[in-house]
Design a protein around this ligand. Sequence first.
Ligand SMILES: Nc1ncnc2c1ncn2[C@@H]1O[C@H](COP(=O)(O)OP(=O)(O)O)[C@@H](O)[C@H]1O
Ligand SMILES: [Mg+2]
Length: 234
Amino acid sequence: MIEFRDVERTFGTTRAVDGVSFVINRGEVFGLLGKNGAGKTTSIKMLTLQLQPTSGEIFFDGLPIRGNELRVKSLLGLVPQHLNFDRDLTVEENLELHARLHHLPPNERRERIDELLKFVELERVRAANVAELSGGMKRRLLIIRALIHRPQILLLDEPTVALDPQVRRKIWELIGELKRRGITIVLTTHYIEEAQFLCDRVAILNRGRLVALDTTANLCAGHSLEETFLALTK
Ligand SMILES: Nc1ncnc2c1ncn2[C@@H]1O[C@H](COP(=O)(O)OP(=O)(O)O)[C@@H](O)[C@H]1O
Ligand SMILES: [Mg+2]
């Protein structure tokens, strides 16, 4: 479904992503696991057309994403690493704004927003200012905002950073539910247990390089994922 082929991105002398190739299959939960600075966000930004690769190419259903921007954007939903709501707007207005950006017709907008608020139990706070929400609520809102236009693939960049353990669990449950609904999920994380719990396959990135890619079960075989990860990312 998605293929990175020899993808490289440099910033000056920094090789943020250093010749990475992998394939993400339809319906799976695919994890990019790596420490801070490993190149996870840069990879996501190239996939979402916010950054261009310095070399190499990314394909979506066999077609290069460059030249097919509109199609790719309609099929992808992005949950960015940093909250980027309009803080002067309410929960509902933030969703409305996003729905407009995706050209949803007005009646469909209402229906979709109601459905999504219900899905993550945020109906109660629909008229509240985003700034008033708890950390977990903000994360849930960020996720449903990315789902507004019914993307086939949801990209989550560090979806549970700085959340309490119970709130993290809730987000994990939500991601599991989205998978059951048939959405392909790509997530980045630096939490080993998060990758282990959620992902069907995990790619380990270290300093821009792909150092392992396998099913979570295989990466854990004989030892823990933590041992594998620590050995590969020294
Ligand atoms: N816009 C940028 N300008 C310069 N260096 C950058 C930029 N974005 C990322 N980098 C560098 O690229 C490397 C990878 O960063 P990033 O992809 O954000 O890693 P991660 O998301 O895994 O923490 C880091 O060394 C980071 O400092
Ligand atoms: Mg990052």
